[in-house]
Design a binder for this molecule. Structure first.
Ligand SMILES: *Cc1c(COP(=O)(O)O)cnc(C)c1O
Length: 400
């Protein structure tokens, strides 16, 4: 083997000199200008920038209402409470997600129930959901994993038959479509998007719930400000103009105007960001379609993924190494690959609650073979080609 193709993990020269992250934000001078204008304005929080951002988010997603929160996690918490999830309620979700999806059920006092995933899309499997529905089931929280919408037709059908509320965790799916409709404008009760820096657009920290339901909209807004309303028609005992009423126990989950200004500026570029993600996904697909040892992501015909993540599945039988070795080999080449996710219930906190290995066999098996490649709009074609070169180099070494 030539020195050039010697793996960096075995002392060879890495494909890149600097580490390429798996995801990161793209902040431009236009964004900085928008933030500075807001910093110099009358309001750095609870001002007009939040309303404007919410209005534009509703327009972008096609929803009736949008309520911005200090994080996607706060938004999920609010959605669970607005949905009426409480003590004794079961909520069915997927284990292949970020911990926040299940945690928000716990915040509201409910019990997460984990359904297994579809082997091809890695999204929650409606057949598994169906088997887990009991008379204590209150809601379903599908996650549009990697940006590919879950099987919403089957999920909404189950919800309808069993009187369940559906909250979409669309943290990965900003700009994605299902059956020609934008995620967020669908039939689910509420949809959450996150504006964490690795997501499609960023506000530093931030998130939003979109909904078409005016009652849920009011509840979400109240939950964000301590459970306080200033709307006389919602008060028990309206008094003077100065009066407000705290009607439930809420939180301070506000997004600041500074963040909202950043978000509104980022939103103008969302379509361009999406096009770049889709272009890089195409380059990866073409490079790895026939590669020995890996399977490229599957995209369902009814979905247009927003490509938050590009996840390769390793084919054990064609490789002399497991995920750990491949992961370390790629890291040594300065490609910051990642793993999304360890099944949530295998974390110590959930194990302590009594969840056990073997609960979702497909999720556990598939998770062992997953590896996430860098994918974000600010990458250059050269960055993408570095990833391709590194993956081919590592696969060549480890293919059986
Ligand atoms: C990012 C993310 C969240 C949480 O969003 P934050 O804005 O980081 O709080 C929830 N669910 C999924 C699937 C995510 O990827």
């Amino acid at each position: 083997m030539s020195h050039k193709s010697q793996l960096a993990s075995l002392g060879g020269k890495p494909v890149r000199r600097t580490l390429l992250p798996y995801g990161r934000q793209w902040i431009g001078l236009d964004d900085i200008r928008a933030v500075v204008v807001t910093l110099l304005s009358d309001f750095v929080t609870t001002g007009p920038a939040v309303d404007r951002f919410e209005h534009e988010l509703a327009r972008y997603t096609g929803a009736q209402y949008a309520v911005a929160f200090s994080s996607g996690t706060a938004a999920l918490h609010a959605a669970c409470v607005a949905a009426g999830i409480g003590e004794g309620d079961e909520v069915i979700t997927t284990p292949i997600t970020f911990a926040a999806t299940a945690n928000c059920i716990r915040y509201a006092g409910g019990t997460p129930v984990f359904a297994d995933i579809d082997e091809r899309t890695y999204n929650i499997d409606p057949d598994s959901v169906k088997r887990l529905i009991t008379n204590r089931t209150k809601a379903l929280i599908p996650v549009h994993y990697t940006g590919q919408p879950a099987d919403m037709q089957a999920i909404m059908q189950l919800a309808k038959e069993n009187g369940l509320i559906v909250i979409e965790d669309a943290a990965h799916a900003f700009g994605a479509s299902y059956m020609g409709r934008r995620i967020g404008s669908g039939s689910a009760s509420m949809t959450m998007f996150s504006f964490h820096p690795v997501k499609h657009i960023t506000t530093g920290e931030g998130g939003v719930i979109t909904t078409d339901d005016p009652e849920l909209y009011e509840k979400l807004k109240e939950f964000r400000v301590h459970g306080i309303t200033r709307n006389p028609s919602r008060m028990e005992r309206p008094q003077g103009e100065w009066y407000y009423e705290m009607q439930s126990l809420g939180f301070n989950y506000r997004l600041t105007d500074v963040q909202a200004a950043l978000g509104a500026s980022q939103l103008k570029k969302a379509e361009r960001f999406l096009r770049l993600r889709r272009r890089y996904r195409q380059m990866y697909d073409e490079a790895f379609m026939h590669a020995k040892g890996v399977t490229i992501p599957y995209e369902s015909p009814e979905c247009e993924s927003s490509w938050h993540l590009y996840v390769l599945r390793l084919n054990r039988t064609e490789l002399r190494a497991g995920r750990e070795e491949i992961y370390h080999a790629l890291r040594a080449e300065n490609i910051a690959v990642n793993v999304h996710y360890v099944p949530v219930y295998l974390h110590p906190y959930y194990r302590d609650l009594g969840y056990r290995q073997g609960l979702c066999p497909i999720a556990e098996r598939v998770h062992e073979d997953m590896i996430t490649l860098p994918l974000f709009p600010r990458m250059t074609r050269r960055d993408v080609n570095d990833v391709i070169t590194a993956v081919h180099k590592v696969l060549a070494y480890y293919s059986a």
